[in-house]
Design a protein around this ligand. Structure first.
Ligand code: AKB
Length: 348
């Protein structure tokens, strides 16, 4: 019996690279990727096939589906929140129309297979819109149905695609002959800011966390674009990939919804800076808040209530703030940059 085929879009991105390594290590799937940029050789060798192309190209997606019996889609390709504010129209095209093309392809594939293609979709904390710092502090850990009033094009895109996925899963062509055909199985996670030791994100507004850490490892000064008090939830990248794979494997009958909050640790920019300085003494970290990017981060909740994910499919992050730095970020980044900071009483 040949292993099922998984399609990963945006495979060259932050989540994509870590996911490819995880799927390869687990060895249960054959992986096909599509990304705007050719996959780096290190990752290409982990895949059955790699395609360089645009998810807006329906012909390419149909060709990929014609050559590979895809049973799972991890749709990671997206323009993130800051990049999306610089070109909202393009963000809509990629984030919404591109996603619709993938959903259409997965729906057609479900019909061909006679069973649902599982469609994993990373949504985001960006779907929330807290009206003020005071409300944000008062609300604390928000539930999935609270404050769904995003202030960015990216947040609007992610929220709408959550609803698109629910529609394809439960109601697609409910009036037509396809009403009883196999529909796809959409499963979505609302991620907080993600911090990877391997890569630095681009185009996001939660990027201040990883940017600060990687700049210190490279012994470069870092000017943080939000204020020290800016606070949102974060997650170590290995936990993000573990959550995606765990949700993929979850029993559909136990899932009470198609969208889940997942969180790990809620920290301020000042707390990240303090922790980075403890590991990289002499790190030059300053704060020069950008008014718009600060407003975006302030509109995101301090934390997300992930009780439903824990109850329905056993979500449990391995890394809290301290463990993320002590056991994953600092050791991996030091190895990556070969940057061993000078011995200091403050170093950990
Ligand atoms: C962004 O900053 O846009 C993303 C996100 C929070 O989804 N990292």
């Amino acid at each position: 019996m040949s292993k099922p085929v998984v399609l990963v879009t945006g495979a060259n991105g932050e989540i994509g690279r870590t996911l490819l390594q995880r799927l390869h290590a687990e060895g249960r799937y054959r992986v096909v990727t599509v990304d705007l940029t050719p996959l780096a050789e290190k990752y290409r060798s982990l895949c059955l096939e790699t395609y360089a192309g645009n998810i807006m190209d329906r012909y390419l997606l149909d060709q990929i589906a014609a050559h590979h019996d895809i049973e799972v889609v991890f749709h990671l390709a997206a323009l993130l929140s800051t990049r999306g504010e610089r070109d909202p129209e393009l963000a809509h095209q990629v984030n919404v129309e591109g996603t619709l093309h993938l959903l259409r392809m997965a729906q057609n594939q479900s019909g061909r297979l006679g069973r649902p293609v599982r469609f994993l979709f990373p949504s985001s904390i960006a779907v929330y819109g807290m009206p003020s710092i005071q409300e944000k502090a008062k609300a604390g850990r928000v539930r999935e149905e609270d404050w769904n009033v995003p202030i960015t094009m990216y947040g609007c895109n992610k929220l709408y695609c959550e609803h698109l996925g629910r529609y394809f899963t439960r109601y697609f062509r409910q009036l037509g002959a396809l009403a009883t055909a196999a529909r796809l199985d959409f499963r979505s996670l609302r991620f907080p800011g993600l911090i990877s030791a391997e890569t630095v994100p681009t185009g996001g507004t939660s990027d201040f966390g990883p940017e600060m850490l990687h700049a210190a490892a490279r012994k470069q000064p870092y000017e943080c674009f939000v204020g020290p008090e800016a606070k949102i939830p974060f997650m170590a990248m290995p936990d993000a990939v573990s959550a995606l794979v765990r949700l993929l494997e979850a029993d559909r009958a136990k899932l009470t919804d198609t969208v889940y909050n997942v969180s790990a640790f809620s920290v301020s920019a000042a707390e990240i800076a303090e922790r980075v300085r403890a590991s990289f003494p002499g790190a030059q970290i300053s704060f020069a808040p950008d008014a718009v990017r600060s407003k975006i981060v302030d509109s995101w909740p301090e934390d997300m209530d992930d009780t439903r994910a824990r109850n329905d499919w056993g979500y449990a992050p391995a890394f809290d703030f301290e463990r993320a730095f002590d056991e994953y970020l600092i050791p991996t980044i030091r190895e990556r940059y070969n940057s061993v900071p000078p011995p200091s009483a403050g170093a950990r």
